[in-house]
Design a protein around this ligand. Structure first.
Ligand SMILES: Nc1nc2c(ncn2[C@@H]2O[C@H](COP(=O)(O)OP(=O)(O)OP(=O)(O)O)[C@@H](O)[C@H]2O)c(=O)[nH]1
Length: 248
């Protein structure tokens, strides 16, 4: 694993699906680029999750983040992908909806996939998932954006406010994958959550004319006989019959 780039601002990046974004679908060394945004309430462990994924390390304290972008390479199904991970500032819920500023919206639009995080020790962070998921989908109208729901801080069971089972139910209702993780104690869950997203994006990005598809479309179809052919065959059959009759 290698950190290639660190701390760019999301304003520099075009929205996914735009012409400019299509041009930058390739990362360093011409690798396929997968852009992932990590969103959720404040204090749920977004920065910890991103840093754990990038460095395999858990560092106890982080500065409140203002939206850093990191890049690393991963192997997915035999292909090396360049992944950009965008950490985002914490979201708060108000009576009349979520507090998503333009910076956050730009980041969500930019992303090919989103990790939505809540903490099992913070019921409020769980409560805003439904609205947040809806908001994410609205910013990607017309496409099915790959999303993974992550329930963090699984090591803090003694102060849990949300049963992880609820997270699983919510994820299946929203149609996304679910991972219960402890960023502080377990790297595998974190890795798997990002890995499954990369796979989904990779399958989505696969151009329609993939080698497999092209191969199937090249299989020669049986020719249906045209009228000329039918006439010729009919004549042949007729003359054979005539020959048989005359020889009797
Ligand atoms: N016990 C435990 N603590 C965690 C875990 N993940 C994160 N934390 C702690 O939770 C606190 C908040 O983590 P951050 O990564 O800063 O959370 P954030 O969501 O980025 O917060 P904002 O930047 O305010 O949006 C820190 O003190 C972390 O050390 C975990 O899995 N277990």
């Amino acid at each position: 694993m290698r950190l290639i780039q660190n701390m760019c601002t999301i304003a520099e990046y075009p929205a996914a699906g735009s012409a400019a974004a299509a041009e930058c679908c390739l990362g360093p060394a011409g690798r396929r680029l997968v852009k992932i945004a990590v969103v959720g309430a404040s204090g749920v462990g977004k920065t910890a999750l991103v840093v754990r994924f990038l460095t395999k390390r858990f560092i106890g304290d982080y500065e409140r983040n203002a939206g850093n972008l990191y890049t690393r390479q991963v192997q997915v199904e035999g292909e090396t992908l360049a992944i950009q991970v965008q950490d985002t500032p914490g979201i708060q819920a108000h009576e009349n909806g979520l507090s998503c500023n333009e910076q956050l919206n730009r980041c969500i639009r930019w992303a090919d996939a989103v990790v939505i995080v809540f903490s099992i020790t913070d019921h409020k962070s769980y409560e805003l998932i439904g609205q947040l998921h809806q908001h994410v989908q609205q910013l990607h109208l017309g496409t099915r954006l790959p999303v993974v729901l992550v329930a963090n801080k699984a090591d803090l069971l003694h102060i849990k406010q949300v049963d992880p089972q609820l997270g699983l139910q919510l994820a299946s209702m929203l149609g996304c994958s679910f991972y219960e993780v402890s960023v502080s104690e377990n790297y595998n869950g974190v890795y798997n959550a990002f890995h499954v997203l990369c796979k989904e994006v990779r399958h989505k990005q696969q151009p329609s004319g993939t080698p497999e598809k092209r191969r199937t479309s090249l299989i020669p179809r049986p020719k249906s006989p045209n009228m000329q052919d039918l006439k010729r065959r009919f004549k042949q059959a007729l003359s054979a019959k005539v020959r048989t009759v005359t020889s009797v």
